[in-house]
Design a protein around this ligand. Structure first.
Ligand code: ATP
Ligand code: ZN
Length: 283
């Protein structure tokens, strides 16, 4: 039987969540930090641990069949790959930032200025679209110190909380791109049976993450009120309790509006509400 190869980041911001996702898909493997390649013991899959920058090209060239990488990583390398699935982690924004007291207030003010970045391709495309000419200085790390060193007037970098910017006396002034981790594949791989199976597993894990299993008790007289509050559920299970006139309701609700629903359910007469994580939802 043939073996698929998946490339994931060896270490860094995407590594832990990528490993966790594969483990949640029921794949067993050793995650030795020192090895570059590991074999999954219960699925025909090999995992390659690489620098994130290399993953898009490895997938495009077929050295790996699929890979997990940030959307920004794909945009930066301009490769021809197939997007298979958004993965819901590794969310970040790429922003332009300037020193707090800079004269640069708008994107137009960047004309003729210098910008330091590790993402020159994404930045150049953005500037072209805006019709702006700036001097892009490509550096591989610690972009945020370059204005302080007199190396650049502005920076273009990944920002999550903004703490790093602030501690370097910088403020963001324009969002250029939002990114999250995605599963990519080499062209044509989407019709492969093993890929279909792996993606089904990934989707069931992701669906489960977005929902909770809720069990609650309610007096029969309040049952209709409580059921009316349970959204998007085809048909919750209603089971009789030993105590006369009471039932237990079992259902699955979305995590997003979780607290809203719990409080509304309580006011509608629900008691002993138990909320449990779900491991997988197979559709
Ligand atoms: P490598 O050694 O593999 O080249 P790196 O230093 O280039 O790693 P990381 O900082 O680990 O990269 O970031 C990898 C990817 O994770 C980024 O390209 C981006 O998509 C995402 N990412 C970066 N920073 C954050 C953040 N603060 N929060 C969430 N995701 C992030
Ligand atoms: Zn990198």
């Amino acid at each position: 039987m043939k073996t698929l190869k998946i490339a994931i980041q060896k270490s860094g911001r995407l590594n832990e969540k990528s490993v966790e996702l594969l483990k949640n898909c029921g794949l067993s493997f050793d995650n030795y930090k020192s090895s570059l390649i590991t074999q999954v013991s219960n699925f025909p899959l090999e995992i390659l641990f690489l620098r994130d920058d290399d993953i898009p090209e490895y997938v495009q060239d077929g050295i790996a069949d699929i890979g997990i990488v940030g959307e920004n990583g794909i945009a930066e390398t301009d490769v021809d790959v197939t997007y298979l699935q958004r993965l819901g982690f590794g969310k970040c924004k790429l922003k332009l930032a300037v020193p707090t007291h800079s004269d640069i207030k708008t994107v137009a003010d960047l004309n003729g200025k210098s910008i330091a970045t590790s993402y020159p391709v994404i930045l150049q495309k953005f500037l072209d679209k805006e019709g702006i000419q700036s001097d892009i200085k490509t550096i591989s790390g610690s972009v945020e110190i370059s204005p302080g060193l007199g190396l650049a007037d502005a920076i273009f970098d990944i920002v999550s909380t903004g703490g790093t910017l602030r501690s370097n006396g910088l403020k963001p002034f324009a969002d250029v791109m939002s990114s999250e981790a995605v599963l990519i594949g080499r062209k044509g791989i989407e019709s492969d049976a093993l890929i279909t199976e792996l993606m089904q597993r990934i989707q069931s894990v992701m669906r489960a993450k977005e929902t909770k299993y809720v069990v609650l008790n309610v007096a029969k007289s309040n049952l209709d009120k409580v059921l009316a509050l349970l959204p998007g559920v085809k048909s919750p299970s209603v089971l009789p309790l030993a105590e006369e006139g009471w039932v237990a309701v079992h259902t699955v609700i979305p995590e997003t509006d979780f607290w809203n629903h719990i409080n509304e359910l309580k006011s509608a007469g629900a008691q002993g509400i138990v909320v449990m994580p779900i491991e997988k939802i197979i559709m």
